[in-house]
Design a protein around this ligand. Structure first.
Ligand code: SDX
Length: 433
């Protein structure tokens, strides 16, 4: 971070303006460093929803919302999706550089050492109802990993932090697949480390003891790309949740569980499941206009799910890549005329020609197509956000490692604008009217 200039504010507490440093990063907007504001003025900033707040500095992911740019450690998401697999992207997010062939071999071997889960953890599943939402199961089971690793974990030790990352990256597909199998009443599948990460995930999700299962390489590549596209995304709500939980020194498994809980919301990672439900409700082209009108009606709380983004005021680059992946998967499966995909393409075209969406810069986001492609892969909509959480775990744990490694780390403790009742005396109950 570099200070090139200062911001001067008349805070009303002196006839001299109060100065604050303006810091520049390597890319993107500068920030006004207001860490001394309260000490200098007795005041706080006020920014519910953090529309204008940088909560941290980070070297991991960069987004330019106006240009529709997404970089992981400086590499454009389009190039990573084309040239890399998810294991390379995991290595990149954690270590800051793409692996060489040898480094990748060692990394994959390290991950594969931890793909199994403790048999006692497997017993957690039988405590849930069979129809429990997979995200409810994941919040519980991932949080429960704390019970298996908490003692052996010294988060001040870089090796322990890295091992926690390997545990989580390795075990999430297994935990997620078991949530799906539990819903179905199927037996769980043990991981098969001879398969790639995505193929192993599909094996654990879809194999049954009575049949030989061989993952379709085109579909496995599509799933691998979905994982890459969802891996990290700067300081979104769930990543901010992981960071805030981690700032107290909580163990990484509990922090990732908190991130999963936050991601579940329909305004965030739950949008892919909600988007498919919306497309099913719209059902056919003739009803698109009615739903576009509802989305534009300020008195109607209906929103076009999969559209809009706090940061992207242009196309979410992941949405374009997801649309391509949709085409590839549907073609591989002979589903080019898939009803919902054609409906989504038409809905996107109509919305992007509508003044309301154009003026508010509402474009398709990562969730708009991800549901359709996951449905085509045979993944039920109840599992969409669980797949998102599995992918985002590497981003969450990379951001957690970056934060915990910071020697200047302070516990996150926002303040507030108090609008409640001013000080008053308690009247004993016998005298209360
Ligand atoms: C993800 O932050 C991340 O990086 C998240 C994510 C990640 O990778 O981690 O990218 C993943 O969460 C993607 C977003 C998935 N959510 C949805 O698709 C749900 C539908 N979208 C919206 O609810 C909304 O666009 C948000 C939540 C995504 C963003 O909301 P903001 O930035 O708080 O914007 P806003 O709600 O203030 O909306 C601004 C205006 C409003 O109209 P006015 O009050 O100005 O008249 O745009 C309107 C909104 O009503 N608007 C929409 C809309 N999204 C915003 N109107 C209709 N349909 C929509 N989808």
């Amino acid at each position: 971070m570099e200070q090139k200039r200062t911001a001067k504010f008349n805070l009303g507490n002196s006839d001299q303006p109060t100065e604050f440093p303006i810091l520049s990063g390597s890319m993107g907007p500068d920030v006004i460093d207001i860490r001394t504001l309260h000490a200098k003025s007795g005041m706080f900033t006020y920014d519910p929803g953090f529309l204008s707040t940088a909560s941290s500095s980070s070297e991991i992911t960069f987004i330019d919302g106006d240009k529709g740019i997404l970089l992981y450690r400086g590499y454009p998401i389009e190039q990573l999706a084309e040239h890399c697999d998810f294991m390379e992207v995991c290595y990149l997010l954690i270590n800051g550089e793409l692996p060489t062939v040898d480094q990748k071999v060692i990394f994959v071997e390290s991950i594969n050492e931890h793909t199994m889960v403790h048999e006692q953890l497997v017993r957690f599943y039988s405590g849930f109802r069979r129809d429990a939402h997979p995200m409810a199961v994941m919040v519980g089971v991932v949080g429960a990993l704390s019970a298996f690793y908490h003692e052996a974990l010294d988060i001040s030790d870089a090796a322990h932090r890295e091992l926690s990352a390997y545990h989580l990256i390795a075990k999430l597909p297994n935990i997620t697949a078991m949530a799906y199998k539990y819903n179905l009443g199927h037996p769980f599948n043990y991981p098969r480390n001879s398969l790639s990460y995505a193929e192993n995930f599909m094996h654990m999700m879809f194999a049954v003891p009575s049949e030989e299962y061989k993952p379709n390489p085109v579909l496995a590549r599509a799933l691998d790309r979905i994982l890459i596209l969802h891996a990290d995304h700067e300081q979104n709500a769930s990543t901010s949740t992981v960071r805030l939980a981690g700032s107290s020194g909580a163990n990484p498994f509990a922090c990732i569980s908190a991130g999963i809980a936050c991601l579940w919301g329909p305004a965030h990672g739950g949008a892919n499941e909600a988007c498919l439900a919306m497309l099913e409700e719209i059902r056919d082209d003739t009803r698109i206009g009615k739903y576009i009108d509802r989305a534009k009606d300020s008195k109607d709380d209906f929103r076009l799910v999969g559209f809009g983004h706090r940061v992207y005021k242009n196309f979410d680059p992941r949405a374009k890549l997801m649309r391509e992946t949709c085409h590839e998967v549907l073609s591989e499966l002979g589903l080019e005329n898939d009803r919902l995909f054609k409906l989504a393409l038409k809905l996107e075209r109509i919305a992007l020609e509508d003044e309301y969406f154009v003026s508010k810069k509402l474009y398709p986001n990562v969730d708009f197509y991800s549901g359709i492609v996951q449905r085509a892969l045979g993944i039920p909509s109840s599992m969409f956000t669980a797949i998102f959480a599995t992918a985002r775990t590497v981003g969450w744990i990379s951001q957690w490692i970056e934060m915990i490694s910071d020697t200047q780390l302070k516990i996150g403790r926002p303040r507030q604008l108090y609008t409640g009742v001013p000080t008053r005396a308690v009247v004993p109950i016998a005298q209360r009217k």
